[in-house]
Ligand binder design. Structure first.
Ligand SMILES: Nc1ncnc2c1ncn2[C@@H]1O[C@H](COP(=O)(O)OP(=O)(O)OP(=O)(O)O)[C@@H](O)[C@H]1O
Length: 448
């Protein structure tokens, strides 16, 4: 693979290790700048941050730690992604760095092929527009931040804990994490711990041997086994009975489990991703959730923000679900009326994305016109017409409306700003300024 003019910064004090990394990277076609101390790295990187596609940084350096180098540089406007190289005892520090924004870490000793693969995955793409368009969970900065974290976490085998309100998209997030990980072609097994009666949960997760209990007529493979080398997704983990929590801890820590009634330990090879809609750690004493298990599950935490905190996604999701619902029906519906969009932006969405999807599907079935009206989306009128309206800042409503009109105009003109500006009756400069402010600059294809 020949990286296109990519430039790497290396912070490594060991001359042998550093020399061999530089040699190999240059053979692969990278341009490498090497610093042998933390302070040299800080002043060197500051000057060329925007042209570096990646920094590989040792944690242990002779003067200051790699962590200090990172925290000094992370706030630069165009700070490059960081991959840390750690010794065995430094995993905690590396995990802490990942949480504060580092892209990846590698533990010494490592195989060069794997190292090169991580570099390729972690480097900043020279065409950042490609990346912007690559988000799949939504358009808001909040969800894109969560998606960035998920994509970073995907490169590790450590457990991930996804928190977020009901219906916010925790399972969707877990599936994305699975799909972009190296386990993507293996099974994704989802278990809803709240939906399975407590006395059945153990044999559902761990399986059972023939004759383990009355009615166990043959051996049963549980979810842990069926997950193979894929992902075991434990939804509503807060509902896991106390008696099973120790077994789950063993599953994660020792990588093994016994089927119910089984003598021999089975190897567990999947990655555990769990989700909860409540704060497990904080409610320890009341919820009866083991603290040691919590810390195991939450090594890499991510929160899916509620829909009311990501207005850009409301209109984005409305359009997506409308398209799907219309394609499944014989209705001709052109879109949402401006008032409907306003009502949707003002509504607090307690059931989050799930509620939005259900409302759109119902609206498509109920609507009697080509445009979906507020009463189709919110048949319980008071929400949009009565006194219980929740107000959002007018600026947010205006931004959302402008954003949608600009998107439509750009779609209509194949991304040509001049033509889109004509359709919207504004100057090219005004349009460009608005596009930049609304994060739409990447939609432009041509300025002619
Ligand atoms: N970013 C998204 N894009 C498209 N659909 C989404 C998105 N997020 C959630 N959904 C849809 O919303 C519904 C709820 O999502 P999901 O089941 O992932 O939520 P959850 O947080 O796991 O819910 P629960 O707390 O009830 O387990 C699903 O139909 C899902 O397909």
């Amino acid at each position: 693979m020949q990286p296109d003019l990519a430039r790497i910064g290396l912070v490594e004090d060991d001359p042998i290790m550093g020399g061999s990394i530089v040699q190999r990277l240059e053979l692969e076609g990278w341009k490498v700048t090497w610093w042998q101390s933390g302070r040299d790295a800080i002043s060197g990187i500051e000057g060329i941050a925007s042209v570096l596609d990646l920094v590989i940084c040792d944690i242990r350096l002779p003067d200051i730690s790699g962590e200090e180098v990172f925290s000094e540089l992370a706030s630069l406007p165009n700070s490059p992604p960081f991959i840390f190289v750690t010794g065995h005892g430094e995993i905690d520090q590396a995990v802490r760095l990942m949480r504060s924004g580092a892209t990846d870490f590698m533990t010494k000793p490592f195989a060069m092929d794997e190292f090169l693969r991580r570099i390729e995955a972690g480097r900043r793409t020279t065409n950042s527009q490609l990346r912007l368009k690559g988000y799949v969970l939504g358009e808001s900065p909040a969800i894109q931040h969560a998606e960035d974290l998920l994509r970073r976490y995907a490169r590790h085998d450590l457990p991930v804990l996804i928190t977020g309100e009901t219906g916010a998209g925790k399972e969707v997030a877990a599936r994305l994490l699975h799909e972009v990980s190296s386990r993507g072609a293996e099974p994704f097994i989802a278990v809803n711990c709240a939906a399975i009666p407590a006395d059945l949960l153990e044999s559902e997760i761990f399986g059972h041997e023939k004759g383990a209990f009355t009615g166990a007529q043959q051996r049963h493979f549980g979810y842990a086994e069926r997950a193979g080398e894929g992902t075991l997704f434990l939804d509503e983990i807060g509902d896991m009975p106390w008696s099973l929590q120790a077994k789950l801890l063993r599953l994660i820590e020792a990588g093994s489990f016994n089927r119910v009634g089984g003598e021999t330990a089975c190897k567990f090879r999947a990655r555990v991703v769990s989700a909860t809609h409540r704060e497990l750690g904080l409610r320890d004493q009341h919820s009866g959730f083991r603290e040691d298990l919590y810390f195991r599950l939450a090594v890499l935490p991510v929160t899916i923000p509620p829909l009311r905190e990501r207005h850009e996604d409301i209109t984005w999701l409305l359009d997506r679900f409308l398209e799907t619902a219309v394609s499944r029906s014989d209705r001709r519906i052109r879109g949402f009326s401006a008032l409907t969009e306003e009502a949707a932006l003002a509504y607090p969405w307690p059931g989050n994305v799930r509620e939005l999807r259900n409302r759109v599907e119902r609206a498509v079935a109920l609507s009697t016109s080509e445009w979906i009206l507020p009463g189709d989306l919110f048949p319980e009128q008071s929400i949009w017409g009565g006194g219980s309206t929740v107000f959002v800042p007018l600026a947010d409503v205006r931004d959302a409306a402008e954003r949608r009109q600009i998107e439509r105009a750009l779609e209509e003109t194949g991304g040509q700003i001049a033509k889109a500006a004509g359709l919207l009756a504004v100057s090219r400069t005004t349009l460009w300024e608005k596009m930049t402010r609304l994060g739409l600059a990447d939609r432009a294809r041509s300025t002619s």
